[in-house]
Design a protein around this ligand. Structure first.
Ligand code: MN
Length: 230
């Protein structure tokens, strides 16, 4: 007997903006605090923490966003997303550009109450971060089309009221440093995504909320929070 005993999962893909092409998603790395959240905050000397979500958490940032189970504090975090096209390990930040295939705007959705509990108990963050549909993303824009953006507004509004607004030039650790950091720890692979951290203004969502957001020159989205599917 040979062959798969179960049907293998279909590859997770993201659309490539303006084309019929698809980007195959491999793994999802998320960066912790990477913007100053208050004025005069000293720049950290340590690189930020990182954690992961499963590729299956990545969904197109459109349509309905079901409120997840086991939380009463479902929170938005708008982030610049980098897609890795060329893998590697021990990548030098100054040599990182060829590894960055493209960019998107994404949401690192978080069950904040579970994250607070994980921090209190010193437990893993997966229950807070790695749930179904927790990483909506806009279509990817290739670096071959737009280059490697270092500035541009990043924003999110709920029901038309601005909650988060910053500029990606304010990333404490820019994208090449993040690629270098991760590649010192693991071998980066083609298809990996990196969520680069969220600016100030994270907050809770309610059923019925309309979330809009994006990164200027890269992509924007609109989604509606719906009841947990029964
Ligand atoms: Mn985040």
């Amino acid at each position: 007997m040979s062959g798969y005993v179960l049907m293998p999962a279909a590859p997770v893909t993201l659309a490539v903006a303006g084309t019929q092409a698809m980007f195959p998603v491999n793994r999802v790395f998320c960066i912790g605090r990477n913007y100053a959240w208050s004025a005069g905050e000293p720049r950290p000397t340590e690189m930020p923490a990182w954690f992961m979500k499963p590729a299956s958490a990545v969904v197109p940032a459109e349509g309905e966003l079901p409120y997840p189970p086991q939380t009463t504090e479902f929170c938005h975090e708008i982030e610049l997303v980098v897609a890795i096209g060329l893998g590697g390990r021990g990548i030098d930040a100054a040599q990182a550009q060829p590894h960055m295939w493209g960019y998107a705007a994404g949401l690192d959705l978080t069950r904040r109450d579970l994250q607070r509990e994980a921090k209190r108990l010193g437990g893993p963050w997966e229950p807070a971060k790695a749930f179904d549909r927790s990483a909506p993303c806009t279509p990817l824009v290739p670096a071959a089309s737009i280059g490697h953006p270092r500035r541009g507004a990043i924003w999110l509004a709920v029901n038309g009221t601005q909650r988060q607004r910053a500029d990606i030039s304010a990333l404490l650790w820019p994208v090449p440093d993040l690629v270098a950091m991760l590649s010192r720890s693991v071998t980066l692979l083609p298809g990996d995504l990196i969520f680069t951290g969220t600016p100030a203004g994270v907050g809770p969502l309610q059923v019925g909320d309309r979330i809009t957001g994006g990164v200027a020159g890269i992509g924007d989205f609109s989604m509606t929070v719906t009841s947990e599917p029964t």
